[in-house]
Write a protein that binds this ligand. Sequence first.
Ligand code: ADP
Ligand code: MG
Length: 257
Amino acid sequence: MTEPGLAIQVTDLHKRFGPLEVLKGVSLEAKQGDVIAIIGGSGSGKSTFLRCINLLELPTAGRVTVHGETIEMKPDGQGGLMPANRKQVQRIRSRLAMVFQSFNLWQHMTVLQNVIEVPIHVLGVPRDQAIATAEALLKRVGLFEKRDAYPAFLSGGQQQRAAIARALAVQPLAMLFDEPTSALDPELVGEVLTVIGDLAREKRTMLLVTHEMKFAREVSNHVVFLHNGMIEEQGPPDQIFGAPKSERLKKFISSIH
Ligand code: ADP
Ligand code: MG
């Protein structure tokens, strides 16, 4: 049984791409309202970890539980796992909103269409209601006046704020951010961090992969340092950034500043 209040529970997650073992037994618990920052060098497995949680990648072994519901897996006949229940996967994935480095808005849809697409077509929200919710979210991220624009006509910061509105529109159980500001010009980073910071202060459950260490220290209540597919060190932000123990973490933090 999962204890109440647990939003995401990952147990002994492994992921292998052919001969390359990218995740070597990662376990993590996010309680509701937790903001967990995931840091680590390039190639340490951060993106793969997030992608395994919402099953954009299939774990080779391990267990993922979202709001008390364990994703049912079965052997895929090739030494890995596959979902045993596609409906369950679609349902859980649709409620774990992921925000990518590269925005990933649907280019052939307007901002508003991007935000209402999943609520209407996956979650079955009536169109009028989906539009009303989307407009409120676009106001919130400062994009209401751009609702009929296509993504190509927006700045990177605007596109990422639209992607965050789209993520919020599914009333996510948790939000997964994968380096949401890494692709932005420096002058556009702040407007996106402001939106994410507000969500963190509202106590939305989130896992946040980021290289913005100052921001991670401000908004998270727990920090996980991944190295080579394993958790090398974790703890409260003041400890991780102020008094790191592992040599690798010390080196990583000083390399980023
Ligand atoms: P990070 O996000 O920390 O930079 P990733 O999770 O993207 O790391 O990648 C971890 C390792 O897994 C890297 O060595 C990367 O090349 C490898 N990898 C990621 N995705 C794939 C894939 N689809 N096929 C093969 N190797 C992959
Ligand atoms: Mg990555």
